[in-house]
Design a protein around this ligand. Structure first.
Ligand code: AMP
Ligand code: ZN
Length: 499
């Protein structure tokens, strides 16, 4: 039987460009940092795909026995329009537009983010630090980098010195595989870059012009921190100079994560992160889903079906299941067909869960079915093997459906529980429930509690016994309106999700 503790998990490490066996620095503890949202507008479904992928990692690591400290920040200052060193702060710009305080914008969209992540059943992180809550740490880091000669002040701003960094034997570009000469060619000499010694140098601290509304005092005058610095400071504060896992979407590899490595190494001479993980993008007709491309939709639009790209409404768990059907490193293209198929698949699993919670072992005189026992055990191990293979949720779900086949056979008495033996019977049902609810984080979506539904089913039986078919139909409609159906067979009468 499978022992779940410390499974041999392999993770695709962007730094080594291969699947590496995951060995934490100090087992059973695992430190994990994920770049959180920039809270200047509503999160869209693409963002959710990234946070869901790390929710699965967090859940799986916890499931196999690790004690995980999961840090996911909130970016509330420093992320500029265009993702570079010039332009307006995304939050400041929105504050001006909506005539609100920047912190009102931050609060509004942080609340939205929390509501949406709860709808999708994402677990909250252990710590959710904000960039503005760590200005002292950031100013200290800039000072330390200047003192070490790794950064320089220029006209009230402070820049990281890429030339010095590389001359000291480091390799800026190693994470993203970017070549320095190419980067230089791509970099236009924009206004303001003349402050930099090398056009590739990036801002650690920016001088604020008077109209820039988010600014703080510092040894270099009034200004604000560079976007990349917050993650270096907050990860080091809560997870240490070197920690296990750092994640984010692929689009953050460069410059954001490349700069984090440079800052970390220059500050401590240590490689800050052991495993870098990057999720692939949710696309629409092959294009990255993004606000700026006008092809994004909000979770609320998905739940109501109110968008021109949507044929119907989809529930949070349908969407969660849809996303889990592909592994996090492959692109996932949104389509109504795939979502409709996911809706069916999710409901089949939900029915399985309902059955797995009520099926009971019965000790009858039947021969053991060794073939079925072996197949069930292979599926359980298969689920782990798939998750251990860089969180291949797609293959893990295929194994789950094989387990579901046996749950349904038990329910229909096509196989007797005694033919599986008590150990395999229990292991099948327990693992089936734990894999779905704890590891994949899929939960029941009912508007009524089980007790109410069971009560209604009792009424159905009573009306049927006295042949009151009008009432029987009313009760059927009641179930149907909730996406449920009454299954009335020779064996029993029960309610189920309409598949
Ligand atoms: P942002 O709020 O723009 O910093 O993005 C938050 C997270 O969502 C980052 O890790 C991004 O890489 C990720 N992200 C943005 N768009 C997509 C997308 N279409 N698919 C998957 N992840 C995305
Ligand atoms: Zn970050």
């Amino acid at each position: 039987m499978t022992d779940k503790t410390y499974q041999p998990l392999k993770i695709f490490n962007t730094l080594t460009r291969k699947k590496d066996l995951f060995v934490p620095l100090a087992a059973p503890y695992v430190g994990m940092y994920v770049c959180g949202p920039t809270v200047y507008n509503n999160v869209h479904l693409g963002n959710i795909r990234t946070f869901l992928s790390f929710d699965i990692l967090y859940r799986y690591l916890t499931h196999i026995g690790y004690k995980v400290r999961y840090v996911r920040n909130i970016t509330d200052v420093g992320h500029l329009v265009g993702d570079g060193d010039e332009g307006e702060d995304k939050i400041g710009k929105m504050a001006k537009l909506q005539k609100l305080e920047p912190m009102e914008i931050v609060q509004r969209y942080t609340n939205d983010f929390h509501d949406v992540t709860a709808e999708f059943n994402l677990l909250p992180p252990s710590i959710e630090p904000t960039a503005t809550g760590h200005l002292i740490e950031q100013i200290e880091a800039v000072t330390a980098l200047i003192n070490k000669g790794a950064a320089y002040e220029s006209n009230g701003s402070v820049y990281f010195d890429i030339t010095k960094y590389n001359d000291a034997g480091n390799e800026y570009g190693k994470l993203s595989g970017r070549i320095l000469e190419d980067l230089l060619n791509e970099t236009r000499d924009l206004d303001g870059q003349s402050e930099k010694r090398n056009p590739l140098d990036f801002a650690l601290w920016k001088k604020a012009s008077p109209e820039h509304i988010m600014q703080w005092d510092s040894p270099w005058g009034m200004g604000f921190p560079g976007w990349h610095l917050e993650c270096t400071c907050m990860s080091a504060k809560y997870l240490g100079k070197q920690f296990d896992i750092h994640g984010g979407g692929m689009d953050l590899k460069f410059p954001h994560h490349e700069c984090e490595i440079a800052q970390g190494r220059a500050l401590t001479d240590i490689e800050p992160v052991r495993y870098w993980m990057h999720t692939n993008m949710l696309t629409v007709n092959g294009q990255k889903m993004s606000k700026s491309l006008n092809n994004s939709f909000l979770p609320s639009q998905l739940f109501s079906g109110d968008h021109e790209l949507l044929d119907q409404a989809y529930s949070p768990m349908t969407v969660r299941f849809f996303m889990l059907q592909s592994q996090y490193r492959s692109t996932l293209d949104f389509s109504n067909e795939a979502l409709k198929a996911a809706q069916k698949g999710y409901k089949r699993l939900a029915n399985g869960i309902r059955l797995a919670k009520i099926l009971k072992y019965s000790d009858e005189e039947v021969a053991r079915d060794e073939k079925k026992i072996a197949d069930i055990e292979k599926s359980i191990q298969g689920f782990y093997d798939a998750m251990n293979d860089d969180l291949n949720t797609s293959v893990a779900i295929a194994n789950l459906f094989n387990m579901l086949k046996y749950v349904n056979m038990l329910n229909m008495s096509q196989v007797k529980s005694a033919a599986l033996g008590e150990a395999t019977f229990t292991s099948l049902l327990e693992n089936f429930i734990v894999f779905i609810e704890n590891v994949l984080g899929l939960k029941e979506e009912l508007t009524e509690g089980h007790a109410v539904l069971d009560g209604m089913l009792n009424l159905y039986r009573e009306y049927k016994a006295v042949q009151n078919y009008e009432k029987v139909d009313e009760i059927r409609t009641y179930f149907k309106l909730q996406g449920l159906a009454i299954r009335d067979s020779k064996l029993r009468v029960e309610w189920a999700y309409e598949e």
